[in-house]
Design a protein around this ligand. Structure first.
Ligand SMILES: Nc1ncnc2c1ncn2[C@@H]1O[C@H](COP(=O)(O)OP(=O)(O)O)[C@@H](O)[C@H]1O
Ligand SMILES: [Mg+2]
Length: 262
């Protein structure tokens, strides 16, 4: 059980006589149990379109998206999305932002604050519970967004370049935080990034997509996040021979794709 994308294609109609955009062609992908699936690929290869299909923001032109065997009909609390630009409510403090989804679901105040506080603690934000989100750094705002997504207890966490706007050091710390949270909450994750190193470090499965039309060109099973979670320091994992060799192999794929597209 879990999420299954079966032969899904997406064609965007365009206005004024231009040809339609074939954003995805016959995508097949499973995201089950403790999978951390990372999608990597050049801009325009359909990564965000694939995430929108899973989120239910968009229906496939053909094919199917199934969650535990049932067709996805639209957005739902079983799938939570974290975007690069957080979509927090600036007039609310951290606690109310994190509790917001539960409020929408009609959960009574005492219970939603208790749940929200648990995730605020998990994300290391307890001292900032009462702060307005616009006073927080980019990295902290992103942690608030992740806490909010987790609060509704989704089966699948969808992240579209969630760390893309962070500086290098904050980004590495955030990678480790997300892996620890994934490990302790047992969510399935679908994670989009432009960074080959981030993709290799975080995923259990990697799909490399290629454009025009968007499709899955390569698939890899990855051991590195498990090594980190078993206690090997992140820098040591990223400096290992196996990591560097695979990084070069994936970079080679992406660069040759870019050249053939020019
Ligand atoms: N709403 C839309 N209407 C028409 N074309 C779109 C729309 N959204 C995305 N596209 C096109 O579909 C392709 C895939 O886009 P996208 O999924 O955003 O790729 P990525 O996230 O990998 O950069 C691109 O060529 C993009 O221009
Ligand atoms: Mg995108």
């Amino acid at each position: 059980m879990g999420l299954e994308i079966r032969d899904a294609s997406v064609i965007y109609p365009t206005a004024d006589g231009r040809p339609p955009v074939e954003a995805l062609r016959q995508i097949n992908l499973e995201i089950v149990d403790d999978d951390f699936v990372v999608a990597l690929g050049a801009s325009g290869c359909g990564k965000s379109t694939l995430l929108s299909l899973i989120a239910g923001f968009l229906s496939p032109s053909s094919g199917a998206i199934l969650l535990d065997g049932e067709p996805v009909q639209g957005p739902g609390a079983d799938r939570a999305v974290v975007f690069q630009k957080h979509a927090l409510m600036p007039w609310l403090n951290v606690l109310d932002n994190v509790a917001f989804g539960l409020k929408l679901q009609g959960v009574p105040a005492a219970r939603r604050y208790e749940t929200a506080r648990g995730f605020i603690r998990l994300l290391g934000l307890t001292d900032f519970e009462g702060a307005r989100v616009y006073n927080l750094s980019g990295g902290m705002q992103q942690r608030v967004g992740i806490a909010r997504a987790l609060t509704c207890d989704p089966k699948v966490l969808l992240m579209d370049e969630p760390l893309g706007a962070l500086d290098a050091l904050t980004r590495e710390k955030a990678q480790e935080l997300i892996l620890n949270i994934w490990h302790s909450t047992h969510k399935s994750v679908f994670f989009i990034t432009h960074s080959v190193e981030e993709a290799l470090f975080m995923g259990t499965k990697l799909i490399v997509m290629s454009p025009r039309p968007g499709r899955i060109a390569h698939r890899f099973d990855l051991p590195f996040s498990r090594q980190f979670l078993a206690g090997t320091p992140a820098r040591q994992v990223k400096a290992s021979r196996a990591f560097i060799d695979l990084r070069e192999e994936v970079l080679e794929i992406i660069f040759s794709d870019e050249e053939s597209a020019i």
